[in-house]
Write a protein that binds this ligand. Structure first.
Ligand code: BTN
Length: 260
């Protein structure tokens, strides 16, 4: 079923009162729309979801491509208490997404890849883009895209690395949105109280390549190979290079396994 406000609200039940949800047929980017609303004073819990994005934003300046109704694309505005440090927020969000996707039908094969990817059987099911609201240091727009089906127009070379929930029998977009929002309530409350430290252990248990050889690539430096030791309480990646553990904080890098 296509996204519809009444269906999301019904699936959220008592949690619905914590959110102010707007479902758009079309927009450029739900993150862009919500950042604009945030700067004009939208309250915490405002959600913008779209059946179609024409200029979806991804990490590292990339675009997030999706066909109408083939992806769940939405953004949530969250205003944290003053003093909350944003370090590790996007990883915390990953924990909520992994919990929700697991519950609604993907099972235990959902894994998290540092810093922002959600994997199904090792292929990308979704991504997370957190953007801080300019001039409001404790407010974040949390953008999430999850593939329901792979678009027919997806280039053949991208298909082997992509996954969709249709592979698990399909999930209704309204049920999925409600499940992710409900888990976000829990995770964001924990994050506000104790930062990413409160979610780190769960992130570690859901990570894609624990203690496995990985390669870290960036546009600015030669690749680094090492063993993936997960993340620290700031959300930094821990890369074990010949027995010395390096902290990697920049999200401007990509990670991949060196063995299948
Ligand atoms: C990534 O993997 O690079 C992050 C992708 C994040 C995409 C979502 S879709 C909803 C929200 N609006 C956007 O423009 N981007 C995020």
């Amino acid at each position: 079923m296509a996204l519809a406000l009444a269906s999301v609200a019904a699936a959220l039940g008592a949690h619905a009162r914590r959110f102010d949800i707007d479902v758009l047929d079309r927009c450029d980017s739900t993150n862009a729309v919500l950042l604009d609303r945030a700067e004009r004073g939208a309250p915490s819990g405002t959600v913008v979801a779209a059946r179609e994005q024409t200029a979806g934003r991804g990490r590292r300046g990339r675009t997030w491509v999706s066909a109408p109704d083939d992806s769940l694309t939405f953004s949530l505005l969250w205003r944290f208490p003053a003093g909350t440090a944003p370090a590790g927020l996007s990883l915390a969000v990953g924990v909520a997404v992994a919990r929700a996707v697991t519950k609604v039908g993907a099972g235990e094969t959902v894994r998290l890849k540092w810093p922002n990817d959600v994997l199904l059987d090792g292929r990308k099911l979704g991504g997370i883009l957190v953007e801080l609201v300019p001039g409001a240091p404790h407010a974040a727009v949390i953008g999430i895209g999850l593939n329901l089906r792979l678009p027919e127009a997806m280039p053949a070379e991208l298909r082997p690395q992509a996954a969709a929930l249709a592979e698990r029998g399909g999930v209704d977009a309204n049920t999925l949105l409600a499940a992710v929002l409900a888990e976000l309530l829990d995770v964001l409350d924990a994050f506000a109280a104790a930062g990413f430290a409160a979610l780190r252990e769960e992130w570690q248990s859901r990570q894609a390549w624990p203690d496995r050889p990985v390669r870290l690539s960036s546009d600015f430096a030669p690749p680094r190979d090492g063993l993936c030791r997960g993340v620290d309480t700031d959300g930094a990646l821990l890369l074990d290079v010949d027995g010395r553990v390096e902290r990697v904080l920049s999200g401007e890098v990509s990670l991949r396994p060196l063995t299948p």
